[in-house]
Design a protein around this ligand. Structure first.
Ligand code: 5AD
Ligand code: SF4
Length: 481
């Protein structure tokens, strides 16, 4: 596992090995070629799959190369620095492809989707007039209509409203679930954020918190498990703020949803990300005690360990409240491993504030973490705040923080060596004869073993810690299968 990233433009989850850290390019062929380039978080990966779904009835199917594509969608991320510049440089490349295709009489529709589109739609059309469609994350269900309008008008179409209707209600049921391998899948249950942390663009790009209703989540989860999915990760910018309406009109929280999902035949593992400490209620803590399928790994960003900076960030809790929350979670589920996000160099962060963050890390102990230098996002309160921190100070703090986090990650991985734990195998390993999967704590694990075990969860004795993964051996009964 890679623990930390200073990449300032992507909301990357390099540590999980889940999609989201690199442009994901689509595979397969169809009548009208669709080439999707996805940057950013798992929410974007999920949205790209949904956009592919809504375009399928129009005859669009994924192609590998943009040169074969009648439509190219760039699904963007705005969370940290240089996002817009990256988009423009990618668009420059796509423009050449569009021109080359035009020379041979082929049309190419270029669409920019995602959070950069939401935040900078007008600028995109001004600087890159060859872009045909700009659409914000709330408007993907209108994509077919926009494609038709772009074709008719020949001019650019922009749609970055936050419509009153929720996009969840309009997206088609996806035939093939968005799977990683075939046995793990993401399922978006919540969108947007009302928390307005001082540094963050999400409330502006993704809009207010919106929860998907229970019935549609359960229906999608059922389709996933029926097609072989064994692990579902529930997604949301503020996933534990989810409050969905059930068919009887009652409102469920995430704990109740996890309980219902755990009853689905075939579903062995449930995860959720990303959570906010403020929304970690007693029922959800108890769910970690009561639902074995809820994996003992929780991504719970804290950002800072200084009360002064937490207040400036508008996080709504103190460092001790976070410590107390972790204590209650660990009481409920003693083997729970924690991961977090940290920002160094938020405006006003003194040496003492930074030291308070280091102390919080020492006190809690994280299995995995993501750490970033603060980067001002235009329009957010912190961007205009006084006492911005010099780059070299941010660099030094980030280095110290990452060294400590790396130590903790290594220590955590070392601590599981010698244990026999269930591993869900999802594919073959790098070397012939190997199969690979994940531990309950999201660690990549590989063993020598038969491919027939792929798609199943079996006990593995963890024997060796490698730099970012673990190797192990199957217990004898499984080794023979
Ligand atoms: N600067 C640096 N890091 C940021 N993040 C969000 N906005 C910024 C910013 N302006 C980080 C936070 C968040 C993660 C997804 O990205 O740590 O939890
Ligand atoms: Fe951004 Fe804060 Fe909302 Fe997370 S909780 S998405 S950091 S505003």
């Amino acid at each position: 596992m890679t623990i930390v990233t200073t990449d300032t433009s992507l909301l990357s989850r390099t540590g999980t090995g889940l999609p989201g850290d690199r442009p994901q390019e689509a595979v397969a062929t169809n009548t009208h070629g669709l080439h999707m380039i996805t940057w950013g978080c798992q929410m974007n990966v999920y949205d790209s799959a949904r956009m592919t779904d809504v375009l399928r009835p129009l005859g669009y199917g994924p192609v590998d190369s943009p040169a074969d594509a009648d439509m190219i969608i760039l699904n963007t991320c705005h969370i940290r620095d240089r996002a817009a510049e990256k988009v423009f440089s990618e668009l420059g490349r796509l423009r050449l492809i569009k021109e080359e295709r035009q020379a041979t009489g082929q049309k190419t529709v270029i669409a920019v989707a995602g959070c950069v589109a939401q935040a900078e739609g007008e600028q995109i059309l001004a600087r890159a007039p060859y872009v045909d469609i700009v659409l914000g994350p709330q408007t993907y269900h209108r994509l077919p209509e926009m494609v038709a309008r772009a074709a008719r008008a020949g001019g650019a179409v922009i749609d970055t409203d936050f419509p009153a209707e929720q996009k969840f209600d309009f997206l088609p049921e996806n035939a093939a679930p968005q799977t990683v391998g075939n046995y793990t899948a993401f399922l978006t249950i919540q969108e947007g954020c009302d928390k307005f942390c001082s540094f963050c663009v999400v409330p502006y790009t993704r809009g207010a918190e919106a929860s998907r209703p229970v019935a549609s989540i359960l229906a999608e989860a059922r389709r996933m498990t029926e097609s072989g999915v064994r692990e579902i990760t529930l997604l949301g910018q503020n996933v534990n703020a989810w409050h969905g309406e059930a068919p009887d009109g009652s409102i469920w929280g995430l704990a109740r949803l996890a309980e219902a999902l755990a009853m689905l035949p075939g579903l062995q593992r449930i995860r959720y990300t990303t959570s906010h400490p403020r929304d970690m209620d007693d029922a959800l803590i108890a769910a970690h005690r009561d639902i074995p399928a809820l994996m003992p790994f929780l991504h719970l960003p804290v950002q800072s360990g200084s009360d002064k900076i937490l207040k400036a960030m508008n996080r709504g809790h103190t460092a001790d409240e976070y410590r107390d929350l972790i204590r209650r979670l660990r009481d409920a589920r003693p083997d729970l491993a924690l991961s977090s996000d940290f920002i160094v160099g938020h405006p006003g962060e003194s040496d003492e504030d930074f030291e308070a963050t280091m102390q919080l890390i020492r006190d809690v102990g994280f299995a995995l973490s993501y750490s970033f230098k603060y980067s001002p996002r235009p329009g957010t309160p912190a961007a205009g705040a006084p006492l911005q921190i010099a780059e070299d100070v941010k660099d030094a703090r980030l280095q110290a923080l990452q060294a400590l986090l790396r130590e903790q990650q290594d220590a955590f991985n070392e601590s599981v060596v010698g244990l026999t734990v269930p591993v869900l195998f999802t594919g073959t390993g790098r070397k012939p004869g190997q199969i690979a999967g994940r531990s309950p704590w999201l660690q990549p694990v590989h063993v020598d073993g038969p491919e027939s075990l792929i798609g199943t969860e079996v006990p593995v004795l963890l024997t060796t810690r490698l730099s970012n993964s673990l190797s192990g051996t199957l217990t004898q009964e499984f080794a023979r299968i």
